[in-house]
Design a binder for this molecule. Structure first.
Ligand code: SF4
Ligand code: SF4
Length: 492
């Protein structure tokens, strides 16, 4: 059923300001970053012809895209549902207008009316100005799918953004942040480009710190053959705050449950930025590293740490991208989310928890868009909303939800998803975070919230950066498994 209604505490519409976000665009990928992904290094001479050819190929190969191109009736229900429109007021950030950047070119080149009567059907050529608009506004879509929840036909603008980015990469017009990251994963196995000795050193340091804090020798194993579980987690979890406290929380859970687990150098990254650029080949190459690592280490389960789009890829595609995963334990035949592991252990009474240890914290929960609208958990409808909240309530006595129009399937993106996390996009990121920040302010006013918990590495990085722009502290952002780790009563 499609949702009706508004945006919660942000329902005041912005003043529409054409061109307000036109100058905000990400840096372009350098030739070496392009070629590492199999794309031309710079804009090719026959770019127009190649772009139209690729567009035709993508539309023909995607039933969803071809239906979405024809189904829009311009009802307007999506216009005020995108956080980037609400934050910038730029009408090209209305989902339907963003789609029309692609749709108008499709009509011009692939429909009879568009070829002969272009003005009558809103058909436009892919000229240099349109290509610039594509680069700008398809990089102001975080592929969060909120617009699709409110569209009566379920039209998903994320599909347009992925297709447009793929067309642009094909003609040599890639985005630096995404393509640089993907190139690092192909070379070293993680987004940060960390070699094995650095990873091993970081994990040894975590073992020391965690033993000092908890009095228990909790292990952080790397490349250990024969472990039961391969944990695939965002590389930010190895170092950065607040991510690393989440990794400590996972390690404590595994320790308490007596589960032998390991990380892998070869697959030291859960993120799969191939999704963001719509590239099946790059997504598959990244996904295959996980399969190779699992086989090499002989694990029977694959568990994903807190990363929204990684879970989207694992949940929806890993089996077809890198499968079959028929070597896994028949009780766990598909990848699991760490939240599912912890939830199951709590349900079975396998963990001793003292939620009063988090009594100084009053917490709200941010549903990450890729978990909320592009995946599931626990094998039940709505599990992706219920399970994280059940874990949170088990480890924390003071939990308060934000407005219903801003959580669950209606959740707002953090504003930094789909490869927009670079400094070059900070202006748009801060504006795009506005709807979530307004909802946070409202729940804070009512309940005195100290922290916002989340289960996505991009959300954590984005919010720690933008919280200070809204008068909040960066350390009010917290990993769900940080709260879990702090509430666990540890034993040797
Ligand atoms: S997918 Fe998200 S970011 Fe993209 S247009 Fe829709 S609401 Fe906006
Ligand atoms: S809600 Fe759907 S049908 Fe209506 S304008 Fe938006 S994309 Fe088109």
């Amino acid at each position: 059923m499609k949702r009706q209604g508004g945006n919660g505490p942000v329902s005041v519409l912005p003043t529409m300001t054409p061109g307000a976000a036109a100058a905000s665009k990400p840096a372009r990928a350098e030739p070496a970053q392009q070629s590492a992904l199999g794309f031309p290094g710079t804009l090719v001479e026959d770019w127009h012809q190649r772009a139209i050819g690729k567009m035709g190929e993508l539309v023909e190969g995607s039933r969803a895209l071809s239906v979405f191109l024809d189904a829009c009736v311009k009802c307007g229900a999506c216009t005020d549902k995108c956080h980037y429109y609400l934050g910038t007021g730029d009408p090209k950030n209305m989902p339907v207008a963003r789609q029309d950047l692609f749709r108008s070119v499709y009509r011009r080149h692939f429909t009879w009316a568009g070829r002969w009567l272009p003005k009558l059907v809103g058909a436009k050529d892919l000229d240099e100005s349109m290509l610039e608009d594509w680069y700008t506004y398809f990089h102001q879509c975080s592929q969060c799918r909120r617009c699709a929840v409110y569209c009566p036909y379920g039209i998903d603008t994320a599909e347009f953004a992925m297709a447009a980015r793929e067309v642009m990469d094909t003609i040599g017009l890639g985005q630096k942040h995404t393509n640089e990251v993907i190139a690092k994963v192909h070379k070293l196995g993680n987004n940060l480009g960390l070699p094995q000795p650095v990873l091993a050193d970081a994990l040894a340091g975590l073992e020391e710190d965690t033993e000092e804090e908890s009095g228990v020798p909790v292990r952080f194993p790397l490349d250990e053959k024969g472990a039961e579980v391969l944990l695939v987690t965002p590389s930010a979890d190895f170092f950065a705050e607040p991510h690393v406290d989440g990794l400590i929380g996972y390690a404590k859970v595994f320790h308490q449950a007596g589960i032998r687990w390991t990380l892998s150098t070869h697959a030291a990254e859960a993120a799969n930025f191939g999704l963001f650029i719509g590239s099946y080949e790059n997504m598959q190459a990244i996904g295959l590293r996980i399969r190779e690592a699992a086989l090499e280490l002989g694990v029977r389960r694959i568990v994903f740490g807190e990363c929204g789009h990684a879970w989207r890829v694992a949940y929806n595609f890993l089996n077809t991208l890198a499968g079959p995963l028929d070597f896994l334990d028949s009780a766990y035949p598909v990848p699991q989310h760490m939240v599912e592991v912890t939830h199951d252990l709590i349900e079975r009474g396998a963990l001793t928890i003292d939620p009063s240890r988090n009594d100084a914290r009053r917490v709200t929960f941010h549903d990450s868009c890729n978990v909320a609208r592009a995946s599931g958990m626990g094998g039940k409808a709505g599990g992706q909303f219920a399970l994280p909240r059940a874990v949170l309530r088990a480890v924390c006595n003071h939990v308060y939800d934000m407005h219903r129009d801003t959580i669950g399937e209606a959740t707002f993106c953090c504003g930094g998803g789909a490869g927009l996390l670079g400094e070059d996009m900070l202006d748009v990121r801060v504006k795009g975070a506005m709807p979530r920040m307004r909802a946070f302010e409202a729940v804070d006013e009512a309940h005195g919230i100290t922290h916002m918990a989340t289960i996505c590495a991009i959300c954590k990085s984005q919010f720690t950066k933008v919280f200070p722009h809204y008068g909040l502290r960066f350390d009010q952002v917290i990993s769900l498994h940080h709260l879990v780790g702090d509430a666990l009563v540890m034993r040797r």
